[in-house]
Ligand binder design. Structure first.
Ligand code: NAD
Ligand code: IPM
Ligand code: MN
Length: 353
């Protein structure tokens, strides 16, 4: 039986994880799905009380004894430097070598499109964000802090191995799902060393995929095109930071951060699933956060674990919830977080057969 480590985290992470867990438990009742869900209280409260963020032993335990990690969100105004969140989120991504950040962008209902004339046919692409290198590597430092001569340096780390494996993963995905084109985006006109490595690697790996169209676009042009002509994209591969930025834009294109799902994948090991959104502290505990991003993240996890049928059921139930306005106010609905979870569970029960 697959074991899942559940880390609700902070703020609305706790509210939306509760609903995703409810959906997983409902599926266990009505389908062949059997999961063991083990909860962990890593997050701001624990960190403030004990100084523990995410110990190395816990990461080791997750890597050895679990089939996946489900995470809510991290971030708390009481910890302005985000120390615990960095340890937990980036710690897991780096230490478990979750090098693929997979963030699909798919509009599920025309009415949620923020773009005039662009609907479900036009807004449908996937983003592969490099997840273990780049500016996130934490290389740098400062001197003369607090003086007029202060210097801060933040380096971007790019290795041939790291760039090659994310690009190859994106090509493999495009091949598997018959996506006609892969777009690689960088800022090689300003960041020449990094850009050179990315472009050469893209071209070299691309030779192994003669049937997939290869496109290169600078990141500034890409964000403009994503708004102007989202239909021209099938799959995008990019570095850690550009991927972070582009997937918030992607979130809005599909109806908001309340819907955007994300997976941190290690194709050879244990993977971690978390919505794109953060802990939105303002809305924590108010029963207003949209749980759909978390529920679609659970759906992605099910698919990853080989439960394609159950994943499909969840996708159908979520689509119905959105199309019938059984949604939270960010999508124009009137339901609360819990009620959306309940609706999706009742749809699952109705359709499971
Ligand atoms: P955020 O994603 O938490 O919230 C931004 C805004 O998006 C919210 O004010 C809200 O209007 C909307 N929103 C987000 N999720 C929603 C949902 N489920 N339902 C309805 N509306 C939703 O981003 P932020 O305010 O920049 O960051 C808050 C904290 O979260 C910070 O500490 C930040 O560092 C952290 N963060 C964590 C993650 C993560 O854990 N993966 C991701 C992003 C930000
Ligand atoms: C995300 C978040 C994180 C990131 C933050 C919280 C460090 O924005 O998962 O997209 O930048 O990766
Ligand atoms: Mn982000």
């Amino acid at each position: 039986m697959p074991r899942i480590a559940v880390v609700p985290g902070d703020g609305i992470g706790i509210d939306v994880t509760r609903e995703a867990v409810k959906v997983l438990e409902k599926l266990s009742e009505i389908s062949k799905l059997k999961l063991e869900l083990v909860h962990f209280d890593y997050g701001a409260d624990k960190y403030l009380k004990t100084g523990i963020s995410l110990p190395d032993e816990a990461i080791e335990d997750f890597g050895k004894n679990y089939d996946a990690i489900f995470m809510g969100a991290l971030g708390d105004p009481r910890i302005p430097d985000m120390a615990h969140a960095k340890d937990i989120l980036l710690g897991a991504r780096f230490k478990l070598d979750l090098y693929v950040n997979f963030r699909p962008v798919r509009l599920l209902d025309e009415r949620l499109s923020p773009l005039r004339g662009k609907g479900v046919k036009e807004i449908d692409f996937v983003v592969f964000r490099e997840n273990t290198e780049g500016i996130y590597a934490g290389i740098g430092g400062n001197i003369k802090k607090g003086t007029p001569d202060e210097v801060a340096i933040q380096e971007s780390l790019n290795t041939r191995k790291g760039v090659e494996r994310i690009i190859r993963y994106a090509f493999e995905h495009a091949k598997k799902f018959n996506l006609p084109k892969l777009t690689m985006s960088d800022k090689g006109n300003a960041m020449q060393f990094e850009g050179d490595l990315w472009l050469r690697t893209f071209e070299e790996v691309g030779e192994e995929y003669p049937d997939i169209e290869k496109e290169h676009m600078y990141i500034d042009a890409l964000v403009m095109q994503l708004v102007k002509n989202p239909e021209r994209f099938n799959a995008i591969v990019t570095c850690n930071m550009f991927g972070d930025i582009v997937t918030d834009l992607g979130g809005i294109l599909q109806g908001g951060l309340g819907i955007a799902a994300s997976g941190n994948i290690n194709p050879e090991g244990v993977s971690m699933f978390e919505p794109v959104h953060g802990s939105a502290p303002k809305y924590a505990g108010t029963n207003t956060a949209n749980p759909i991003a978390a529920i679609l993240t659970a759906q992605m996890m099910l698919d990853h674990l080989g439960y394609a049928r159950e994943a499909e059921l969840v996708m159908k139930a979520v689509t119905k919830a959105i199309r019938t306005d059984n949604s939270t106010r960010d999508l124009g609905g009137k339901l609360g977080t819990r009620e959306v979870g309940d609706y999706i569970c009742s749809e699952l029960e109705r359709t499971a057969g």
